[in-house]
Design a protein around this ligand. Sequence first.
Ligand SMILES: *[C@@H]1O[C@H](CO)[C@@H](O)[C@H](O)[C@H]1NC(C)=O
Length: 437
Amino acid sequence: MALPLIFLVLLSAASVAVGEIRYSEIRSDDRSIIPFDEFGFTHRGQLELNVTQLSLSGPAPDPSTLSKVGFFLCTRDAWIHVLQQIEDSEINCALGSDAVQKVFTFDHLPNPTTSEFNFLYPETDANQYTLVFANCLPQLKVSMNVRSAMYNLEGGKSNRRDYLSIGKTVLPRVYFLLSLIYFVLAAVWINILYKKRLTVFRIHFFMLAVVLLKTLNLLCEAEDKSYIKRTGSAHGWDVLFYIFSFLKGITLFSLIVLIGTGWSFLKPYLQDKEKKVLMIVIPLQVVANIAQVVIDETGPYGQDWVTWKQVFLLVDVVCCCAVLFPIVWSIKNLREAARTDGKAAVNLMKLTLFRQYYIVVICYIYFTRVVVYALETITSYKYLWTSIVAGELATLAFYVFTGYKFKPEAHNPYFAIDDDEEEAAAEQLKLEDEFEL
Ligand SMILES: *[C@@H]1O[C@H](CO)[C@@H](O)[C@H](O)[C@H]1NC(C)=O
């Protein structure tokens, strides 16, 4: 399995442009570079900076040297160029490079005792930029509160602000559409449960709950993103979104484990080791969700962002591996049963089903973790949403597969336990064989 590879790739996961109004507090900081936020601008972009409680400490700097302290915007490529220039000693300060766009340098402060200023910077060159603060005076310590807002002005006369990065601005619509699709899926599933109510197992209601939670999760995400798009802040919708994400995460992983163990249709109870898997996966999902909240709320340059990102990835990888075990155990049990209890045909079909399920779970995990990450890295900042859509479509395919293969059905040989059904299964296998010939 390629799990070590997944792990490596995930650990180096890149930051994504969020684009919200951010509030940052800088206290007696002498870092020469402080990155703030990343954003994809159209050619009608704007950056709004509001700095309050500004104070500079250290040996009183000569006002003219303050041109080496200030904010600038920089693309990733330009940043590599700047680092090269600094290494070659062509420049000694990122603000001295002509590859960066200077937004505001402190020599433009009205007077040295100014404690607050506002600044509006129009960005007409469409690209993805990072807002960075540079302080190239080694002994100077800076304290300030920064409110930074980056947005694009929408076309037309309205001049409305769009706080979502250009690559994410379609996301509210995408999430809304997806939630509609899941809503339809849920309706279809309820219809199936009603029609086949005599052969419904508890696991089928569990599946319904998972689909409903996914619907609500997407709906909240759509509303959350559209609120951010309009106002630049999340305002409560994010809380609902996190709650449903959390419930969805727990139920989805539990569902994979329960189906993997064959709970409720192969056997009504869970074995101890299977319960243990659930007892590992559920608390880990709690941790993963806390990490996700911190990651989203602090942004890529927040202080513990990298740590939490790693926690999240580690926990996610452990969960993904853990859910595979019950399926492997089931496959092993079925293989043994096929040899011993004489119901070879039924067991063979169940075995095929579980093998398929195992492969599909692996594909699902691999696609939503690795392929989506790869897409995110190679696609241009303008099309960041495509990787999200790809991941969601893979998830949708996984839900549909699971529902289709494990749907309630009279005489479904997969759920069969008695002799009549063994005959039915043998019959069906024979038919399938003839069909293939
Ligand atoms: C921030 O700065 C902008 C640009 O100068 C200004 O229009 C806006 O009112 C300021 N906002 C606050 C909260 O001070």
